[in-house]
Design a protein around this ligand. Sequence first.
Ligand code: PEP
Ligand code: CO
Length: 434
Amino acid sequence: MPTYPDAAALKAALDELARLPPLVTSWEIFALKKQLAQAQEGKRFLLQGGDCAESFSDCQSGLISNRLKVLLQMSLVLVHGLQLPVVRVGRFAGQYAKPRSTDMETRGEITLPSYRGDLVNGPEFSAAARMADPQRMIRAHSRSAMTMNFVRALIDGGFADLHHPEYWNLNWVGYSPLAAEYQQMVADIGGAVRFMETLAGVEVHNLNRIDFYTSHEALLLPYEQALTRQVPRQRGWFNLSTHYPWIGMRTAALDGAHVEYLRGVRNPIAIKIGPSVQPDQLLRLIDVLNPDDEPGRLSFIHRMGAAQIADKLPALLEAVKRDGRRVLWVCDAMHGNTESTSNGFKTRRFDNIRSEVEQSFELHAAAGTRLGGVHLELTGEDVTECTGGARELTDIDLERAYRSSVDPRLNYEQSLEIAMLIVRKQRQGRRPGS
Ligand code: PEP
Ligand code: CO
């Protein structure tokens, strides 16, 4: 937790926050929980993605609509390829706090508090910027509301070119060894959409309103708590700042404040699990967080890294399965694959991300469990932050358009490519003898 120097200012901000309208509703939360329960049963697939960290300055129409667009395009690839409805969840409208391994950062002679995300302080290396400012929680709430408002409007409006792959930016496909397969996939989607439109006599985007949900790491508890409310005719408490809060491994101690907080809200919740987690620890977390084995309530997002997943994941899957517990397993193929390049960039190799997703499908199949979704850090922009992919970005390319202030994200093309690879992998898994 950050230290707020002025207790009165903190209280004033939290009091104001507690009076402001919430960002989501309890019925949306229940609807998502139902969809996640279906994903647990293999009747849906979860796509969760967005920035590592949102920033106040990135609350811009173009960035928001491009990110929404790539997520929707990916979901269409997945719906078509997996023949399953997709649960769409953004890492946005509240992803403003970052966990840090150290409280302080030293540069040269100067030591200042670490940057903890725009919800807490500013990234500039100055004493003023790094001071924890409670008014930032009010700004984060406003920016989240603006983001939500725009996303809801775009979705209601139909995002006209979404269902027409001929308008997608697919130049990159030509660079992939799988070009022919991808072209075929895109042509099939276009054909399916036209078929539906002819059949129904209306454009597909008007057929029904799609659902889109939000998520963020529930890290800064005073913020989460101020937006945790009771609602008429429902028992218990709801985090109404987001549909689907998650906590990271760093804050998943059984007797810790974050687990205690999550225990008390009725939202669907998720926990990130890394290579250090022990099977017994997972079972205790389930005891505390989902004692009634409620469908859709609890997700485990594994983020082991391509190098460790085969070693670490099977024992966890086995333990949860043996105990007959109901969880949604999701693969975060980003956070276990972060590395630094010789020219000083934090990056992730596309091949490692791909490998972790593919190994996840295989390990779940071998364990008799089900991979119910993926969790990715991505943007709709043409950034160069992760290496590899169809255009084979190298360490040198990272200098061209590296914009993330925290973790490296898949760009537009790499994101669509991952969606197509997921479909490819699933199809191979289904084909007997392959
Ligand atoms: C994140 O999701 O950005 C993150 C910090 O992940 P983890 O807690 O899994 O390291
Ligand atoms: Co991250």
